[in-house]
Design a protein around this ligand. Structure first.
Ligand SMILES: NC(=O)c1ccc[n+]([C@@H]2O[C@H](COP(=O)([O-])OP(=O)(O)OC[C@H]3O[C@@H](n4cnc5c(N)ncnc54)[C@H](OP(=O)(O)O)[C@@H]3O)[C@@H](O)[C@H]2O)c1
Length: 311
């Protein structure tokens, strides 16, 4: 099968399209023919081994897993002996990163728990756009932010992969949502349900006197003291990403967290997709041979929604 392979850490230039052996499912695994995958900042962290601590997980001197790609959607091609959840031919999507990555390839094998059935009303591309970014947004808002109906919620970085899901998920919880993005993305923010959209190039939301019950910082940068000034007395600040400075401050002041992919939350998101409450925003599509280009584009930091690989 064709796959995008890297054998040393580095820039997207080290990625190569190669012919490699098609994997075979173990007892608890399914083999999926990949129809679409999506690119995440996690792929870039592993590619560049940045931050350095990544090496503790993915190989000190060279990458342990040679095919990146966490989010995939495709059709089940074979199942291991113990798999009862899926049958050959099922359309599925999921996050394979807990099981060794491998999504940027024509086929991927992973534990059956990595996947759920793809709803019939979404395309493979839309399904592949979802897992990592949407589950980060969901866990940020629900588990860390304790989101409640009627709350005033602000999403900073609302036009990116995590942010476009966060706006829609917050709306599905009945919140009043303010999206912070740049001029060119204001219409998209409103079209996915934001009640208000603030252009960060024109207005600093931390200085406009508004107070929010929950702020999700998905991208951009403000000192934590600014965020706190914009919170209601019992308001909660949750940081899921953003500039390096923002992450370092969060590490010392509010506690870092990493989204934990699990089948229950994937199924939760599947229901939102099925109900039409969430529609993935796809910025660009690239063929498998252009994963490096896709990663360069994501790395520029201005994707509107998700960047998808189509096979
Ligand atoms: N905690 C976790 O488990 C987890 C999981 C996934 C991702 N993350 C992290 O979450 C962050 C966001 O990920 P992502 O996938 O959403 O990134 P992304 O898709 O690359 O974000 C790009 C978006 O960010 C917006 N943006 C850039 N600068 C901004 C600013 N100063 N203020 C507001 N918006 C700004 C851009 O809009 P403009 O073009 O309009 O500037 C663009 O739409 C990253 O730091 C990532 O590492 C964390």
């Amino acid at each position: 099968m064709k796959a995008i392979v890297y054998i040393k850490y580095g820039s997207p230039d080290v990625l190569e399209l190669k012919e490699v052996a098609k994997p075979t499912p173990k007892d608890n695994e399914v083999l999926v023919k990949v129809h679409a995958a999506s690119v995440n900042s996690g792929d870039l962290h592993l590619l560049r081994a940045d931050p350095f601590l990544v090496r503790l997980m993915s190989g000190l001197l060279k990458p342990k897993f040679n095919i990146l790609g966490t989010d995939v959607a495709g059709r089940v091609e074979a199942v291991g002996g113990n798999v009862k959840q899926f049958q050959v031919g099922d359309e599925v999507f999921g996050n394979v990163s807990p099981y060794g990555w491998g999504g940027f390839a024509e086929y991927v094998c992973a534990n059956a728990d990595a996947f759920v059935l793809k709803p019939a009303n979404v395309t493979f591309e839309e399904a592949a756009a979802m897992p990592m970014a949407a589950i980060t947004a969901l866990q940020g808002l629900r588990d860390h932010g304790k989101i409640q109906p009627g709350q005033k919620v602000l999403i900073n970085g609302a036009s990116g992969g995590v942010g476009t899901f966060a706006v829609q998920i917050a709306k599905s919880f009945g919140a009043e949502v303010t999206a912070v993005c740049s001029t060119k993305n204001l219409d998209t923010a409103r079209s996915i349900g934001a009640d208000q959209a603030i252009d960060y190039t024109q207005e600093d939301f931390t200085k406009n006197g508004q107070r929010y019950d929950l702020i999700l910082a998905a991208n951009g940068y403000h000192p934590i003291s600014d965020y706190k000034r914009s919170l209601s007395p019992k308001g909660i600040y949750v940081m899921s990403g953003g500039s390096g400075a923002q992450m370092i401050q969060a590490m010392f002041q509010v506690g870092p967290w990493v989204a934990q992919t699990n089948q229950k939350d994937l199924a939760f998101m599947k229901e939102l997709l099925e109900a039409g409450k969430v529609k993935p925003v796809i910025d660009r599509r690239y063929p498998l041979s252009e994963v490096a280009e896709a990663m360069r584009y994501l790395e520029e930091g201005h994707a509107k929604g998700k960047v998808v690989i189509t096979l």
